[in-house]
Write a protein that binds this ligand. Structure first.
Ligand SMILES: Cc1cc2nc3c(=O)[nH]c(=O)nc-3n(C[C@H](O)[C@H](O)[C@H](O)COP(=O)(O)O)c2cc1C
Length: 286
């Protein structure tokens, strides 16, 4: 269950140094990933595991654009956005909701209805026609949501701990305070895993080249992994192993649909977005 690649938020800064003539050394100023890469190879093709050959080594970061319909269907301008960037080697999609329960932003796309799948089919085929590759970022917002999105039902999380110090946009573009989320029950865990698995299967039908799990930025999977938002006393809380149980099960579920060299996960070990940042982050993510 080892994913092919990891991506990190706000952990690295990119630095480019001239060595001699037209040779540049480019690398990340801290961290262990991709420590050095000759600039002369940045624009050359690369075989990226099961995703296949990408035309260069430039990757678009996932960015929520809120340009889908009210029903989470990607619109023409979503295709346009990705096609404009298809000359990068690999595009990561914006976060895409795996289920109605996963929603916490307005006008973000989903991948749980046939209409949404059909909308993404247009996006992926246009990206492919323009020489690009695109992986989908699967997203469940957990406590970064509001009962206004769920017919009055509270958003779900690992524990009954709300986001502090911020508010959330709801329908009508107004901001409301975050609510105390409802902790997911043990008997609901298989459903969460199967929502991710269904979304991963739908992503294949929609023509994506791979899957990135959104395990970063204080969303549901991060809420389970971090002690600041997870104080559960059952198999999904306490030790690091228990806190990572859900993400492990989700990876196993996604690997029923995709091969390991087409699956990745994003972490944000030192991020504070979404009221995150746990005292034991070093132990948790080392
Ligand atoms: C408007 C906006 C939307 C974003 N949406 C996502 C997202 O859907 N998924 C995600 O993993 N990161 C998202 N991010 C984080 C970016 O991928 C990126 O990590 C962040 O902008 C920091 O990059 P930088 O260090 O190059 O500025 C978003 C950032 C911004 C500014």
């Amino acid at each position: 269950m080892v994913p092919t690649y990891l991506s990190f938020s706000k952990s690295f800064s990119f630095k480019c140094t001239k060595l001699s003539g037209s040779i540049y050394q480019a690398g990340f100023s801290k961290g262990k990933v991709g420590s050095s890469l000759k600039m002369s190879s940045l624009f050359t093709p690369f075989k990226f595991g099961g995703i296949g050959e990408i035309q260069n080594r430039i990757v678009l970061a996932p960015m929520t654009r809120c340009r889908a319909s009210e029903n989470g269907v990607p619109q023409e301008m979503v295709s346009k956005y990705y096609v404009q960037r298809a000359s990068a080697g690999l595009l990561t999609s914006e976060g895409v909701h795996i289920s109605p329960e996963a929603i916490g932003f307005l006008n973000c796309p989903g991948i749980f209805t046939q209409e949404q799948i059909n909308g993404w089919k247009k996006v992926t085929s246009e990206v492919h026609d323009n020489g690009g590759k695109i992986v989908i970022q699967l997203w469940h917002q957990g406590r970064q949501s509001h009962s206004d999105f769920h017919n009055g039902e509270l958003p779900v999380s690992a524990s009954a701990i709300p986001v502090q110090g911020d508010q959330i946009y709801v329908q009508g573009g107004i901001k409301k305070p975050y609510e105390t989320p409802r902790p997911l029950r043990l008997d609901e865990m298989p459903r969460i895993v199967s929502d991710y698995q269904n979304a991963a299967r739908n992503a294949k039908e929609a023509g994506f080249d791979g899957v990135e799990l959104h395990g970063a930025n204080g969303y549901l999977l991060d809420q389970f992994m971090q002690s600041k938002s997870n104080t559960r006393l059952d198999f999904y809380g306490g030790s690091v192993e228990n806190r990572f149980r859900l993400v492990g099960e989700v990876i196993e579920g996604v690997l029923q649909e995709w091969s390991p060299d087409q699956v990745g996960i994003r972490f944000s070990p030192n991020g504070v977005y979404g009221d995150m940042g746990s005292a034991d982050n070093v132990e948790t993510f080392s």
